[in-house]
Design a protein. Structure first.
Lengths: 156, 156, 156, 156, 156, 156, 156, 156, 156, 156, 156, 156
């Protein structure tokens, strides 16, 4: 007799503007790994921990806001590389703050080595934490932290 | 006939001022895990990856400067939670910049949720990257990133 | 013989990002009334005064810009709760300034009690006025002010 | 046998410096309606809602402080056009914060279209909300908001 | 025997938010010429120099980011009037910096005569140069400069 | 019988401090073309459009002020590369503002890529427009814009 | 038969806080002449020019506001030494701006030699001009300037 | 034969705006002791040391200025809790500086824990010293310091 | 039969850098009393109130951090003259905040009369209160305040 | 037998850049009187008081520096309208400070009504005083003040 | 038979505005030694090291720019005391940067003890180094440093 | 008969944090000469002038404070390269200011070419002067200046 399988809890990975170009351009800043490869690594790491990882990228602030709102309903955690919108989007901040789903801010590059306007983040104060400068490993380190957080608070 | 064992490469973990109080005080900000426990977790994770993890804590800026200088000579990587000195110590920054050993800045709490003077870091621009806000997992996530970095560049 | 009825002049009510979540989230800041209820109240109040009230919400800055441009052509007045875009969107400001249709800026919460970056408004200097902090009544108070303004200048 | 009538709850309307000149001067900024007329309109609107509206004007910061203190004892709500003191008086702010009586800040002109020093308000953060730029209708819109607030919390 | 014609190299002209209203509104600031006319002039000037000029306008930051990314693949040069996004969009800056295609920033009005927030540009530091204040001639002057630049570096 | 020829209307091109070194020094910033060559190109372009182009260079702020005053009397337009004085000279600004002769500010390099103190211009707000970053083509583009402006307003 | 004498036009001289102590205290900053002596000199100089000079001093901002309002009705010119209120009173500024009576700001000491908070003046931008640093002669110099202004515009 | 008793030297205690509400309101910030009780404690402590303590409170800046001027004539020392005027009144500062009578600034609450605009004091630089944050004991501690100062300098 | 005496509760007095020079140097700023004398006075005053006063001085930030940590364990209250570290040490601030022991910040001189960088204090916001400018009496006044605080909360 | 006449003491009047254009340009800001007329008025007023008035104008900062140096040797007082150099020239400030000759800063227009960069003056802190906004009367008022100052200190 | 002597390599010493007054004025700041004496000392010290020292002084920014340009052609090193122009002249900075000749910035006084606007230097970032505060010895110390630099790089 | 030799007066040379690494690291910034070599050169130069040069290095701020205090007692002059502490240590500043021993601030690199936080110095305003950017010659140039200063004031 067949048992219905419980769907895996989801973790959403949202990539902001220009990250679709990853691996093709400015590889001295962002590294040579492309988004597909990062997503695949995250998918496997998530799966190993019992989560389904859903990855999306957009150049549109409004679309990212839509997705964060949806993530609050469908996911148990968010990894968000807001890219440029990190430094300019109060809308994205409000979307993160509007739900209970913990969010970790991720940056490939060390933003503190770059232009001053990249030092501030509208998102960080409403996120669980921030990981930056570790290249593609920023995402896996952030996933590590998110999973650790979830395991502490979600003890079903 | 006994062969001489090659000593493991070292990773130094340096904890700044007041971190000796970890787990006893302000647990709402810093969590309940104490320094000994964090060091032990890091030691095991390091060992599993083939590194010897050396942990030290000091309330003295000058002593931390001394240790960073020594780490550049003895270690292949540094995890540094500069705590309060993160925001005030140019001396520590200069010590980090004075060697080739990659350093990851670590914070237990999300500093961007706290007082404005904690938002700036003298250390971040000379570090590989920064991990903050993930509690004790900030250290393990940072170790993860450091190991990932070392594996990319040290292919002996 | 039946005369063709003149369509009512329109007032457009534009709600910015994350306001679709109204009543569900952060009710301590934004109150328990949802957008549908606010729109309905405004519709009735407008109708009583001889206006058709058209309500829209978007998380997309560009869409709000499109709508403000359209409102300048189709409506006689605008109520705009730019939400997060209030503080970051020069595009929205330029759209408001690009037409003659008077616009009142509305906020549910008292933005001056919140983070400093919410104290500035790119929109206010090109609006007729601003109403904030009165909860759902901010909208009706703003409608009151807009109608009063229209009655002074439109004396057909 | 005559029953003693319960006195109406009071709303105090406090006008700050130079508002005694209203309607005589700088009518392009402040409009042509004078203070007497505004007070009369507010009195009627208040009465219709079951409140006695008490109106006062002073050029003296200290006198406005005295009145706010008294309002906290005698009234259930305050409309305060602090005029110039809005931007300079911490004393007025402290007086508002020293009682439970809700206060709505009112401005005839849109202060955000004027000199930068008029953009900040010491009063706004301790008020319920702010209405500005709607001319004389700013007062009635503010009264509307105050009544709406009172009806939500005072359900005798 | 018919030879297959080599397609002309492309120059993309991207117009930002509210520029669709050109010639209809605020003609004292932006002049009376509409976008169609500007595009037509640019098309002819480009053609005369051996280029195909492709013109697009959007009120959406994300769409402009998409187009800049495409331009890097399809065009040899960009004229970009970011309008309001000039002053607020790091995303657009990152898109420009993410490719090799030279970009000239264009403004119809002299932005230095206007509000202080229009004096800064996120785009200028990653563009070849900036032309502002010459009305519709800003575009043709910028095209002139772009062609001069291309002729110096593209000597096939 | 010979008719007396009407002298051509003049355009003055004023070059500021250190521009006499053009083509010899810092060619990575300013290009390899020297001032003589630029002046010659402008002279020909001006002549083709029916103007006599008069070019001068000085390292002295006061001399540039004198020349701008004279240009207001003798010329119909000015191209001014104030160089360093762009960022420090209120005297030059006042001289430009003291006459009706339209002035276009020119920079060889893209000043927005350079030190912050080069981002501000005392001259720009009293000029017709600004062209920067196009190398020697900045001058010809600016001339193009000036001629376009003159043709719109001078229809003798 | 006796003709009724036309009363002299009035000039009001308003002295702000602590000026009642003049000549007694801090004579190194403010000089040894007391207010009575200054008023007497001004009275004679005014009389000689055909004006009645009315002098008042107050430590109360509100009283100074009242007097400026009255001066607009009764006088043809004001000399105002706002003293400390120069740097803090928007109310006084608004009172000056609320009438047509020209006002000259006066300071005994050279405020630019003193603390930075004395360098800014809320009053200066709405006054005819400012005289400071000439000791008691600041008042007579200001009167000179005011009379010169009145003679130019009042030519009955 | 009876000797005429020498009157006690006076210490004036001046309380600024809203301090009349002490003990009734915001007791979490200001404590439960009212002004009468504080004055009484100070009176006894002063008497024990051979001084007559005179206490006054006003919401009016001008009145406080008047009193400080009088204190310079009648008293040998001042305790001044300027409250809100501490942060806004240059007039009060000038009054303190205009005499030789030493003045100690007093605050019940620790102003450095509160809003940034309470961190600055116009009065402190012209006072002997500052005591804040000790509740009602701030006054007695300040009296202690004042007496200690007087005993060092007044040795008649 | 002798009873074992309960040790007195301790108050720690910590003096920061350069205070060992007290009484020898810059006596115009810091007075002529040396540290030994201040400590002795405090010891007697503490003893009279039933406390043992423990005094220490260090030029080393780290040592002061160590001592504050120890004081939290051994003492019931701290008087801390952080001297130069007041303005630069986040580490000292964190040490104070890391325990429950109330701390009063002390300064001999009136820091508000000195250089601007001495006006800010990292310590004040986490202390009970601040006493400054009363010379050696600053310490006794602070002790007075601390004892008053302890007597209110420790009523064994 | 003829006696040799003592030469009159000199007062130098130095006019800065663009003041040679006075009366011809921007008459709404600077008035219609030209420099010749102002100089003539000053010459007569000076002569009447027993001084020879020497007037000079230059657009060159260095020349003005030369003249101020000479004035310190030949004159007993200076009237200086630094015009644009008021706001930018430290050299002129140093020249004024380098001698004992009192200098009064003069402005025709009320600089506080103009651009913010005209609000600061490098010269004012080393001058006796400042007169601005009184048109041509600024010079005569300043002369009045200078003469008053000289009469107080030069009583030979 | 006489051999033709190789001319000595030159070091140019350029003195800025008001330094011609050295030794006569403000000797408390600048010392009693005059420029002639300083030049003579430098001439001897240079000669001893095998260099011809050429000294010039000007109050004119443009002249100093001219000389720096010439020095780049004729000299092997520059000592430049820009005096006031240090803090205001971008033109002088550009002239220094436009050549390869190393330049040492010199100040007689310790500029960091003086007004804040003297703390910044436009020249320092393009100079080899800076010497200030050593009086006339600043020049000889700077010469020492320049010679040391030249000896390291010029090994003919 | 043997005479007892007078010990040489001492000059202390204090090197701050990370200077122990000199010559090993970042030789592009700090040069190749190590501390030992610099000390040796200084020792010889000092000896030649009749002084004993004592050299010390520490990474500890407190230790440097201790040494400066001792130097005031044992030495006649100090050369201090505070390195990182130059920009952060008020304690070191206070130590310098606490004695009469003249101190010259030294930097190997030209700090004005580096990060903005290195442009400010807490030490400079209490030092005799500053020498920077001349490499190892900065020390010898500073010694030269110190000796020149001592010879002027110490004429035993």
């Amino acid at each position: 007799m067949a048992s219905k399988r419980q769907p895996l809890p989801q973790i959403w990975v949202l990539h902001g503007p220009n990250l679709n170009l990853l691996g093709q351009r400015e590889t001295d800043i962002y590294g040579r790994e492309d988004l597909k490869s990062i997503n695949s690594t995250l998918g496997q790491a998530g799966k190993a921990a019992g989560y389904r990882v859903v990855c999306r990228q957009s150049n549109h602030e409004g679309e990212l806001v839509d997705w964060v709102q949806q993530a609050h309903k469908k996911a148990v955690g968010i990894l968000l590389n807001g890219a440029a919108y990190t430094h300019t989007s109060v809308a994205l901040r409000d979307a993160i703050a509007a739900g209970d789903c913990p969010c970790v801010e991720v940056h490939l590059s060390n933003v503190y080595k770059r232009e001053p306007f990249r030092h501030g983040s509208f998102l960080a104060p409403v996120c669980l934490g921030v990981v930056s400068g570790l290249g593609a490993a920023s995402y896996t380190a952030a996933l590590h932290g998110l999973l650790s957080h979830l395991s502490r608070y979600d003890d079903t």
